[in-house]
Write a protein that binds this ligand. Structure first.
Ligand code: SF4
Ligand code: SF4
Length: 280
């Protein structure tokens, strides 16, 4: 039976799309964003074992094959393991079947309008989602993808056919800045922006506003606002250093972007027609 690596499931979330939703965070991401606040979701565990002795609750151990095992019943969620991991991974990942994930969704079903799959990058698990989403929709629930835009939706639109929309990150538009900030090219992201708009599957766009990066922030916000108009929401996210790797905090900033600074960009977006731009 097909399995996917799940970092965590939040049964009730009101920040991952409209209404109350169950959010499923998959492990693994092809991008390496400098401002990522969950860097432990980027890679799969390499079983190096470095975290095992750092666990104060003895929730981590090695099995006969040298693989690191996590015992959730002992874990006290102290995060020591992810702090010491040199590979941007986590030992607390569960490989779950579609039925196991569905079981979690069913428990929350009376109280949610749908589910949002996130990460990491959820589209790395498209084969899994192609099985999961139709079953969730049979329950009368919506299915949203929270994506970094690395997957070319036009090339393989099967996942869109069983989804209700995509919440797309557009982190930067300038090619050089995108490669520096994200460690990958921007082209597929921008192609997805236009494609998802054209097929009516763009639920929302998100851009993180970085401190003191006036030019880069403005180029991105102008581009996105000019494209989306009033067709979907535009979430302007204040950079927050919480969870960001120390070396990147030093580069990008050790303080949260002030609301007034981010609000400038939301106002700019609205002035360009993105009437649903707002700051979080
Ligand atoms: S978060 Fe859990 S597994 Fe990780 S070190 Fe703490 S107790 Fe151990
Ligand atoms: S989570 Fe990180 S430190 Fe722990 S075994 Fe896996 S790769 Fe090593």
């Amino acid at each position: 039976m097909r399995k996917a690596p799940v970092n965590k499931i939040i049964s009730f979330s009101n920040v991952d799309g409209p209404g109350n939703r169950t959010s499923i965070f998959f492990q693994g991401c092809p991008f390496n964003c400098r401002f990522c606040h969950n860097p432990e979701t980027i890679n799969l565990c390499e079983n190096c074992g470095l975290c095992v002795d750092k666990c104060p609750a003895r929730a981590l151990s090695r099995d006969g094959d040298g693989r690191v095992r996590w015992d959730p019943s002992l874990c006290v969620q102290c995060d020591s393991c992810i702090r010491v991991c040199p590979h941007d991974a986590s030992p607390r990942v569960r490989y779950m079947t579609v039925e196991e994930v569905l079981h979690e969704i069913r428990r929350a079903a009376p109280y949610i309008g749908g589910i949002t799959v996130s990460g990491g990058e959820c589209t790395l698990q498209n084969d899994f989602l192609l099985e999961l989403f139709p079953l969730v929709r049979q329950m009368g629930k919506t299915c949203l993808l929270d994506s970094n835009g690395s997957f070319d939706f036009e090339k393989d639109p099967r996942i869109l056919a069983v989804s209700d929309g995509v919440m797309l990150d557009v982190k930067a538009v300038s090619p050089a800045w995108h490669e520096h900030l994200i460690g990958a090219k921007r082209d597929t992201v921008l192609k997805n922006l236009d494609y998802l708009l054209s097929v009516g599957k763009l639920q929302e766009v998100r851009t993180v506003i970085l401190p003191g990066r006036d030019e880069e922030n403005e180029v991105t916000v102008r581009y996105v606002a000019g494209r989306i108009g009033s067709a979907c929401g535009y979430k302007i996210i204040r950079y927050r250093p919480f969870g960001v790797r120390e070396k990147y905090q030093k580069e990008l900033g050790e303080f949260t972007v002030e609301e007034e600074y981010a609000e400038r960009y939301a106002a700019l977006a609205r002035s360009l027609g993105a009437s649903q731009a707002y700051v979080v």
